[in-house]
Ligand binder design. Structure first.
Ligand code: NAP
Length: 252
């Protein structure tokens, strides 16, 4: 009997759109996909940062192009995706946190965080999925461990990330017959610009150290393998679920 063959982690010939790809977790995902052979479209608002990222990726021998895009502008997202050749992989890493005690949350902060973490994530997935109908594809939302637990000063952020999990499950049910897989990656605290205020706060640092079981916080590199797995045929039967990269935070 022939031995089973490990499905390929390679992405040669695939095209990926990575929002928030200019820095942080999105950049890690963009590099992981490019290293596996995909052509990567790096999207974010800052034209200079997007271009600098793409230039650096090109220098490293990767295939990448820049897309200046504000994902909260749904019409702009629809127009930009319509201009692109078909996308096989979407990684949505554009996101926002504005932390405050729940008793003090302002409607402005709530709306700003919900606009990107929920509404933009929803319509980005919808826009790309419409293009994937008949071809299939993999949609990966960068969610958070905070989509599975609560956290200090994070009621809005937690709420928005829990919403991402809900939409992911529902979209996976609807789009499964089209071979469109929809999953989330749920990182613990990763050292990036987004989490700098948290790491600068000694009380929060203590909280983080008390919750993570492995004896360190995360780095962008910790997310790259998860992204490659969910983007590739290695996860061909995985949909509607979340891959926790949380150092054991949610284990208890
Ligand atoms: P980051 O370092 O602040 O990077 C955010 C990226 O998103 C940048 O490329 C930024 O570029 C882009 N972006 C922000 N607003 C945008 C918009 N409206 N339209 C398009 N692009 C936009 O953040 P990160 O730490 O990598 O976080 C990425 C994702 O992971 C977020 O969804 C976050 O909630 C999630 N996450 C992070 C952690 C963590 O510990 N870092 C943990 C769990 C989950 P521009 O500003 O130029 O647009």
């Amino acid at each position: 009997m022939p031995l089973p063959r490990t499905p390929s982690f390679r992405l040669d010939g695939k095209r990926a759109l990575v929002t928030g790809g200019s820095r942080g977790i999105g950049l890690g995902c963009a590099v992981a996909l490019a290293e596996a052979g995909a052509h990567v479209i790096v999207a974010a608002r800052s034209a200079a940062q997007v271009q600098a990222t793409v230039d650096e990726m090109a220098q490293a021998g990767f295939s990448a192009e820049a897309l200046v895009l504000d994902v909260t502008d749904i019409a702009a997202v629809q127009a930009a995706v319509a201009e692109l050749a078909p996308i096989d992989i979407l990684v949505n890493s554009a996101g926002l946190a504005r932390h405050s005690p729940a008793l003090e949350t302002t409607p402005e902060d709530f709306d700003a965080v919900a606009a990107i973490n929920i509404k933009a994530a929803y319509f980005l997935a919808q826009t790309v999925a419409r293009q994937m109908v008949g071809r299939g594809g993999s949609i990966i939302q960068i969610s958070s461990q905070m989509a599975h637990v609560g956290g200090i000063d994070r009621a809005v952020y937690c709420g928005t990330k829990h919403a991402v999990e809900g939409m992911t499950k529902a979209m996976a049910i609807e789009w499964g017959p089209e071979q469109i897989r929809v999953n989330t990656i749920c990182p613990t605290f990763i050292l990036t610009e987004l989490t700098k205020p948290t790491f600068d706060d000694p009380e929060k640092r203590e909280w983080i150290a008390s919750k993570i079981k492995l004896p360190r916080v995360g780095q962008v590199e910790d997310i790259m393998g998860a992204c490659l797995f969910l983007a590739s045929d290695a996860s061909a039967l995985v949909t509607g679920t979340s891959l926790l990269v949380d150092g054991g935070w949610t284990a208890g």
